[in-house]
Design a protein around this ligand. Structure first.
Ligand code: NAP
Ligand code: ZN
Ligand code: ZN
Length: 346
């Protein structure tokens, strides 16, 4: 079936109107009419080939929400008319230890990502959610509770799960002190989710204008990282840091704000390697680790947690024709706090 979409055709990253073919639905497929799709910085890294060569045309978008318009005959979990979401993955082997442990993002054979990836046949290119429709295996479709603001739910499918997963893994609960580096799409979700889990949140930012928003979103402290004094103020205070920075930077000063045994989790993926001095981790025996989205079971758990706690994304809704401008503004850190594309009439 034909799907109208927005695609990049080269590493200049310029997005234009395009049309692609989606596969004919199989017995275990769900056909979704897409309504909204969030704009993740990963979309920007990918269309510009910043992480290596991208397959063009590239239809980005992995924060997808919409309604079911058809289901294959073996599909029991979904009915026509239900609100659903799709995140960063659309398939995996289903048989390896990671898949059996509900960590499809680490499939030992192949995780099929929503765009700029190939299906399990290693040939058929995948196309993401800046489009009118999507055909997805039912296992990779998430349920969205009734009567939620779908445009504000969309960013949970990547920004939400990417921050929820390490916050949960490191057992954030009442009284824990959590740092969030970068107040963008992922960062603002990290603040909201950590706060909803009971943490005391400190935001590290390069943008002085974001202080009042950080506090409104749930942060107790706001530190400007251009001021070296900021790191002294917070020295040795935090249990956990989630770093969402999308550009190369020195992680050592952030490590100094952790308590003994504390952990810095990198989720931001700068195209160039970040720096870290050994002194950052040896004193206080600190850990530096990373985290990649989250499995389907955990993504559903996160969606249900956010619905219960009324945690949604702060968004700027745009039309498809505004995507290129939205990319430029995201690169400048000028978004409050996630662009979401309205695809209802693409
Ligand atoms: P975003 O909305 O652009 O936010 C990134 C934030 O980083 C900016 O808002 C800015 O916050 C901060 N920043 C920008 N330049 C900086 C600099 N020079 N030094 C320090 N901080 C700077 O991007 P996003 O969509 O949240 O994505 C963030 C990163 O996570 C991207 O690299 C993306 O590819 C990656 N990502 C990873 C996963 C995963 O599974 N690990 C999933 C999704 C995305 P301030 O203005 O507050 O400084
Ligand atoms: Zn993303
Ligand atoms: Zn697998």
């Amino acid at each position: 079936m034909e799907s109208k979409c927005m695609a990049a055709f080269s590493a200049d990253g310029i997005i234009k109107h395009h049309t692609i073919q989606r596969r004919d639905p199989k017995s275990d497929d769900v056909v979704i009419k897409i309504e909204f799709c969030g704009v993740c910085h990963s979309d920007i890294h990918t269309v510009k080939s910043e992480w290596g060569p991208t397959m063009y045309p590239c239809v980005p978008g992995h924060e997808i929400v919409g309604h079911v318009v058809a289901v294959g005959k073996k599909v029991k979990r979904f009915k026509v008319g239900e609100a659903v979401g799709v995140g960063c993955m659309v398939d995996s082997c289903g048989k390896c230890a990671s898949c059996k442990n509900h960590e499809e993002q680490f499939c030992e054979r192949k995780t099929v990502f929503t765009y700029n990836s190939t299906e399990l046949d290693y040939k058929t290119q995948t196309y993401g959610g800046y489009a009118s429709s999507l055909v997805v295996k039912d296992k990779f479709v998430l349920k969205i509770k009734k009567n939620l603001p779908l445009e504000k739910v969309a960013p949970l499918l990547c920004a939400g799960i990417t921050t929820y997963s390490p916050l949960k893994r490191f057992k954030v609960s009442k009284g824990k002190k959590v740092g969030v580096v970068g107040l963008g799409g992922l960062g603002h979700m990290a603040v909201k989710i950590a706060k909803a889990m009971g943490a005391e949140v400190t935001v590290f930012s390069t943008s002085s204008g974001k202080e009042s928003d950080a506090k409104r979103l749930g942060a107790k402290h706001f530190l400007m990282t251009k001021d070296p004094q900021a790191f002294l103020t917070a020295a040795g205070k935090l249990d956990l840091i989630i770093s969402t920075v999308s550009v190369q930077h020195d992680m050592t000063p952030y490590l100094s704000t952790l308590k003994k045994g504390g952990t810095l989790v990198l989720v931001g993926v700068a195209p160039e390697p970040n720096h870290v001095h050994a002194f950052g981790v040896i004193g206080g025996r600190k850990s530096l680790t990373g985290s990649l989205i989250g499995g389907l079971k955990e993504t559903q758990e996160m969606l249900d947690f956010c619905a219960k706690k009324k945690v949604f994304s702060d968004i700027e809704l745009i039309q498809p024709s505004q995507i290129n401008e939205a990319y430029s503004r995201t690169i400048k850190g000028d978004v409050k706090y996630r662009f979401v594309v309205d695809l209802k009439s693409i």
